[in-house]
Design a protein around this ligand. Structure first.
Ligand SMILES: [Zn+2]
Length: 164
């Protein structure tokens, strides 16, 4: 199954975005607009690719059923059924909502890592590693401050346009 998925991704026109990402219309806002609209800690992670301190996010312990949306533009990125306790101190998931995150290679550390971001606004969310649980074997290690949680039964927020 994983091999099949890898094969399918390998056929996707050389884009670094995952299959289906083309379905999400991009929102290209000036970073300055986001800087004014977001909390400083959110802005630093989302648009300066910062990393929050481990165990600092209440979402790490979030166990309810619901949806995790981008803290900038409100695009749903993860469902609670893919969340697991990685013990790392960051909210961790084994799969994003298909097509809702894009990836790129980050060379900030000596070993290249794969960073991933919201497919809509481009806001950085975290890094993906190959040591996750079944069924994907992936670990999406997410900054909690870059997400907002919406419990089942609550309405999802409307997708946000560029802040004024
Ligand atoms: Zn977003």
């Amino acid at each position: 199954m994983v091999a099949l998925a890898a094969t399918l991704l390998g056929c996707s026109r050389g884009s670094t975005d995952e299959a289906g990402a083309a379905d999400v219309a991009k929102l290209d806002c000036p970073h300055e607009a986001w800087r004014k609209a977001l909390q400083p800690a959110q802005y630093e992670v989302l648009f300066e690719e910062g990393t929050e301190r481990p165990f600092s996010s209440p979402l790490e312990k979030e166990k309810r059923t619901g949806t995790f949306v981008c803290a900038a533009c409100a695009l749903p990125l993860f469902e609670s059924k893919t969340k697991f306790d990685s013990g790392t101190g960051w909210p961790s998931f084994w799969a994003p909502i298909a097509g809702h995150v894009g990836t790129s290679t980050d060379y900030k550390l000596i070993l290249p890592r794969t960073e991933y971001h919201c497919a809509r606004c481009g806001g950085h969310q975290g890094h993906v590693f190959d040591d996750g649980p079944k069924p994907t074997g992936k670990r999406y290690c997410n900054n909690g401050v870059a997400l907002a949680f919406v419990a089942d039964g609550e309405p999802l927020p409307e997708l946000r346009s560029c802040p004024a």
